[in-house]
Design a protein around this ligand. Structure first.
Ligand SMILES: [Ca+2]
Ligand SMILES: [Ca+2]
Ligand SMILES: [Ca+2]
Length: 467
């Protein structure tokens, strides 16, 4: 008996020692539907390490000094908001001015402004120690204009030609996007280089996923080859693609590449048109319906803004109320919520680079709401895994029902500036007799004859748990 327990405690100590000595060996679950992602532009997030290389916060188009150390120091904050993963802008060495990371100079080197390879590894380890996951942004479509291979290996690139006709797939795939040298993936050397590179960063850092940039600018067969190479060695590695397109069928067309999920641009446009632009419920309803085309709906990324579009609150007359409605949608919708840094404080910003202002770490009512909303998502599996059904409410309301197993929750938005009485039938109500608002539990009532009656405050949202 004594002997057995001594062996057991020795095993535990040995395990602890292993955990302490090699944090990178800490296993985290693969990224999945129950994750929530916080998207960081490293240069603009938190300047913690001394700036050994030129940085000037007054230059909107230059390096500001944000770094990996700065992210490490804010992991507890990000975790406190309820996020379980971070996506960071590309980490590879960029040419001068490439603070955003999309102008690669050396695919096998860490950008010196952000820190060292050791700093990057430490960031992944620190995240993993908290059970958080890390996604790197990766670009395999193009390089920076000054990349040495543009001159040394011209056969690695398509002939220099701008994209002028966006309906011509050949141009979209082989043209120089924004004048950037377009890699020719039909050259086997290029494919090998890119797949080796993607695998190398995984081996070096233990990163958990890639957000793949500019997916529609790479021919599908080569994107599929790239994905196969990663998945063959890392089956649980999460890939989320950027197909910048408002049409769900076009996005779903890239599922054949093996990419797990995509940033849900149609939903972004729906949220923007209905909530930011006051365009009525149709746009949002259409986006929800078109979402049924996605074969991996729960692995899509739901977002209300990012580094390539004006921030949601840009030029809004009622920014806080509309932002809270948009966030309520993000946290109750199908797909993984992806929040752009700063959205949790209603950081303002128009078109690039105005939408990439330095983060300000001062919490406000939006921050508190984000915390509450992420908590509601985590505690109610129907919001993560549930089916979704639209509920018709007329021109000034919007609602859907999420149902999973025996659980069901309704999101309701009052789109008008007036107090309104809503009365509506639930698509699935038989088992329920009452409802309570998960966000404000003082709101609740009875479900009679399968229908809900609720007086909704101007520009409000309700997350009604059915009981
Ligand atoms: Ca710095
Ligand atoms: Ca550099
Ligand atoms: Ca291309």
């Amino acid at each position: 008996m004594f002997k057995r327990s001594a062996t057991a405690s020795l095993t535990v100590s040995a395990l602890l020692l292993i955990l302490i000595l090699s944090p990178s060996a800490l296993a985290v679950e693969p990224i999945g539907p129950n994750d929530l992602i916080y998207f960081i532009m490293t240069d603009r997030f938190n300047d913690a390490a001394p700036n050994e290389f030129y940085a000037n916060k007054k230059d909107a188009s230059g390096y500001h000094g944000g770094d990996f150390q700065g992210i490490i120091e804010k992991l507890d904050y990000i975790e406190s908001l309820g996020f379980t993963a971070i996506w960071i802008s590309p980490v590879v060495d960029n040419q001068s001015g490439g603070y955003h990371g999309y102008w690669a100079m050396d695919f096998y080197k860490v950008e010196e402004h952000f820190g060292s390879m050791d700093d990057l590894k430490r960031l992944v380890d620190e995240a993993h120690m908290r059970g958080m996951k890390v996604v790197f942004d990766i670009v395999i479509n193009h390089t920076g204009s000054l990349h040495p291979y543009v001159y040394d290996r011209p056969d690695w690139f398509h002939a220099r030609r701008l994209i002028t006709d966006w309906n011509d797939l050949q141009q979209v795939e082989n043209g120089w996007l924004a004048g950037l040298p377009d890699l020719d993936q039909s050259n086997p050397e290029v494919m090998e280089y890119l797949t080796d590179m993607a695998l190398w960063w995984i081996d070096q850092t233990g990163v958990d996923g890639y957000r793949i940039d500019t997916v529609k600018h790479v021919q599908k067969e080569y994107m599929a080859e790239f994905v196969r190479a990663i998945k063959a060695l890392h089956p649980g590695f999460y890939l989320i693609g950027e197909v910048f397109d408002g049409n769900a069928a076009n996005i779903e067309g890239y599922r054949s590449t093996g990419i797990d999920g995509f940033l849900d641009f149609p939903m972004y446009y729906g949220i923007s048109d209905t909530l930011a632009k006051d365009g009525g419920p149709e746009a949002l309803g259409k986006a929800v319906v078109s979402g049924s085309m996605y074969s991996n709906r729960n692995l899509m990324g739901t977002f209300i803004d990012n580094h390539d579009v004006p921030r949601f609150v840009n030029r809004l007359d009622e920014p806080a109320k509309k932002l809270l409605q948009a966030l309520a949608v993000t946290m109750t919708y199908t797909g993984i919520p992806v929040l752009y840094y700063g959205t949790e404080i209603a950081l303002p910003g128009g078109y690039d680079p105005d939408n990439r202002k330095d983060m300000v770490f001062e919490e406000n009512e939006i921050t508190r709401a984000v915390r509450k909303l992420t908590g509601i998502r985590k505690e109610n599996p129907e919001l993560v895994y549930g089916d979704i059904d639209l509920i018709g409410l007329g021109p000034e309301g919007f609602a859907y029902q999420r149902t999973y197993g025996g659980s069901s929750t309704v999101l309701l938005l009052n789109l008008s500036g007036d107090t309104l009485d809503f009365s509506f039938m639930l698509p699935y109500a038989s088992a329920f007799s009452s409802y309570v608002d998960l966000y404000d539990p003082s709101v609740g009532g009875a479900i009679t004859g399968g229908s809900i009656k609720l007086t909704a405050a101007p520009r409000s949202f309700y997350i009604l748990k059915l009981r």
